[in-house]
Design a protein around this ligand. Structure first.
Ligand code: DGL
Length: 275
């Protein structure tokens, strides 16, 4: 049974890692559009077209449900794809809602009116496109009132991670945290609103200080997917595997380079093939 996991590149592997551990009996197909990463500097139309093409490919391959393990795609394309209508029996979900439910201490599907929550000052780190979309603030406003969100567009971080340049990625994260702190000196919580950023989670936590609670998506998305598939088991769809019976990992980029970086990030052998 296969669920598609899509990202612009390597970042969705943080979600892939968590969902494969949480749901070991479900087969997952990973699709990284590394050739076109980063998405975060593209305009909304561009992100929409790239995302739609990748998700359609995963559906055509037999995936019933596709998770956009990419905040930029979730911000720029998800609502539009859902409004335009998806093929019968197919479904596409994003990664914002589980994160916001955790931040606002809500149970899944709690649609009660927005209310006051414990955290008042929240730092949001995301790509320029996600920050510009204000999608996070919009989703938050449905659930919470009185939360002050300061967003920091973290230019360059995704490029550095995609290139495997973790020294540059660390320097950029520290400078983006400094910039955020100049605008909001004492956030209570920080949201890593890009699936690439959990790869730098320790740097974010160190730069923010131990007193800041850092929320990242991977485990939250895994929990909410487990809950969803428990209620909708038919959404697992038929199994899709690689010809050798292993997991199917696809990239539009260079498979050797992507396999190399992915293996280093997740500390287990991951073999990508051309999408
Ligand atoms: N992992 C994507 C996200 O969550 C990165 C987007 C990009 O390619 O810039 O936003």
């Amino acid at each position: 049974m296969a669920v598609g996991i899509f990202d612009s590149g390597l970042g969705g592997l943080t979600v892939y890692d968590a969902v494969t551990k949480r749901l070991p009996d479900v087969s997952f197909v990973y699709y990284g559009d590394n050739k076109h990463a980063p998405y975060g500097v593209r305009d909304a139309q561009d992100v929409y077209e790239l995302t739609k093409a990748a998700v359609t490919r995963l559906w055509d391959m037999g995936c019933t449900l596709v998770i956009l393990a990419c905040n930029t795609a979730s911000a720029a394309a998800l609502r539009r794809m859902q409004e335009e209508g998806v093929p019968p029996g197919k479904r596409v979900l994003g990664v914002f809602v589980p994160l916001i439910e955790a931040l606002t201490e809500r149970q899944w599907g709690d649609n009660s009116p927005p209310r006051e929550v414990a955290v008042k000052h929240v730092a949001l780190f995301a790509t320029p496109a996600t920050v510009a979309s204000r999608a996070f603030q919009r989703e938050l406003a449905f659930r919470a009132i009185g939360v002050d969100v300061e967003a920091q567009a973290c230019g360059g971080v995704v490029d550095a991670i995609e290139d495997g340049d973790m020294i540059l990625a660390e320097a950029l994260v520290r400078s983006h945290v400094d910039a955020l702190k100049r605008k909001m000196p004492t956030p209570e919580a920080a949201i890593l609103g890009c699936t690439h950023y959990p790869l730098m989670a320790e740097v974010f936590q160190d730069a923010l200080g131990a007193g800041v609670k850092v929320f990242s998506q991977a485990d939250l998305v895994a929990e909410s997917l487990a809950d969803y598939l428990g209620r909708r088991p038919e959404m697992e769809g038929p199994a899709v595997t690689a010809p050798d019976g292993g997991p199917l990992l696809l990239t539009t980029g260079n498979p050797a380079k992507v396999s190399d970086h992915a293996t280093r990030f997740l500390r287990r052998r991951l073999a990508f093939t051309a999408a």
